[in-house]
Design a protein around this ligand. Structure first.
Ligand SMILES: [Zn+2]
Length: 250
C-alpha cells in the first residue's frame, strides 16, 4: 500500500475536488505509485476540464517514465480548427498546416520551450490538436514535487475556458490567423462563428459545428420579429460566410 502524502489526503477529503482527480489520486497518490502502475501495464491517465481541457498521462518512453500533459484548445478556438480541417480537401495537408499554425493562435509572449504541437487520432469530425509537454518522472516522488518543479503556467491560463483578455485566439481572430497559414477557415460575417460546408450532417450547407439541426445564424435578421416576440428565440436564418477571398483549396 502506497503512503498517501498529507496534501493529497487533504485534497481527496475536500468536497471541492473534482471526481476525476479523486479517482486519479486515489489510484496514484504519488508519482512513484503511478510509475509503478505503468510498469505493471496499467494505463495511467486523467482528463479534466476544470479550467482548461487537458489530459495528464504517465507513460514509458524508451523504457523511461515520463509525465505527459496535452492541453487542448477549447470552445471557439477548437471550432475554428475543426471547421478549417473539414473545409480542406486533404486531411494530411490540413493537419500539417494546423500544427504549424497552432503557436500563432497564442498570445506572443507565451513560451513554448519544451512544448510540441501534436495531433492525436480520434473518430470524431477531426483529430484532436493540442500542446504537449513531457517531463521525465525520474527522481520525482510526489505530485507536489512535480507541480512545483514543472508548473503548467501561462499556457494553461491562455487555454482556459475563462476569458481573461489573454487567451488563445477565437472566432474571427482565429479564422484570420488560420487563413494566413493557408487554411480554408471561414467565419460568418454576421455572427462570427466558424463555419464549414462539409459537416457530415449538412454537406454543401454552411453551418457551425453545433448545428446538427441546420444553420441558425444568431445575427440573422428576422423580418417577423415584431410579430411574434415569443417565437423569436427559435428563429434564425442562414449564415453569411465570408468566402469571397478564399484561396483555392489544394
Ligand atoms: Zn452566422
Amino acid at each position: 500500500m502506497t503512503e498517501v502524502p498529507l496534501d493529497i489526503a487533504e485534497y481527496l477529503a475536500s468536497p471541492d475536488t473534482l471526481p476525476e482527480w479523486v479517482r486519479f489520486y486515489r489510484a496514484y497518490p504519488t508519482v512513484t505509485a503511478a510509475v509503478q502502475a505503468v510498469g505493471d501495464g496499467e494505463s495511467v491517465a486523467v482528463f479534466t476540464s476544470e479550467h482548461t481541457a487537458y489530459v495528464q498521462r504517465v507513460v514509458l518512453i524508451e523504457g523511461k517514465p515520463v509525465i505527459e500533459v496535452v492541453l487542448y484548445p477549447t470552445a471557439q478556438a477548437r471550432d475554428a480548427l475543426v471547421t478549417a480541417y473539414l473545409n480542406h480537401s486533404d486531411p494530411e495537408t490540413a493537419t500539417a498546416a494546423i500544427l504549424h499554425a497552432l503557436p500563432h493562435l497564442l498570445p506572443e509572449d507565451i513560451d513554448l520551450t519544451g512544448v510540441d504541437c501534436v495531433v492525436e487520432p480520434g473518430n470524431g469530425l477531426a483529430p484532436r490538436f493540442g500542446f504537449r509537454r513531457r517531463v521525465s518522472a525520474v527522481g520525482l516522488h510526489t505530485w507536489r514535487d512535480y507541480d512545483e518543479l514543472h508548473p503548467l503556467g501561462d499556457l494553461y491560463q491562455v487555454l482556459s475556458w475563462h476569458s481573461t483578455g489573454h487567451n488563445i485566439a477565437e472566432g474571427t481572430d482565429a479564422v484570420a490567423i488560420l487563413r494566413a497559414h493557408r487554411l480554408p477557415a471561414v467565419g460568418c460575417e454576421a455572427c462570427g462563428e466558424s463555419l464549414t460546408s462539409r459537416h457530415p450532417s449538412w454537406p454543401g450547407t454552411w453551418v457551425c459545428l453545433s448545428e446538427e439541426y441546420g444553420p441558425r445564424c444568431e445575427a440573422s435578421d428576422d423580418p417577423y420579429r415584431e410579430l411574434h416576440e415569443l417565437d423569436a428565440a427559435g428563429i434564425g436564418g442562414p449564415h453569411n460566410p465570408a468566402t469571397n477571398d478564399l484561396e483555392p483549396v489544394v
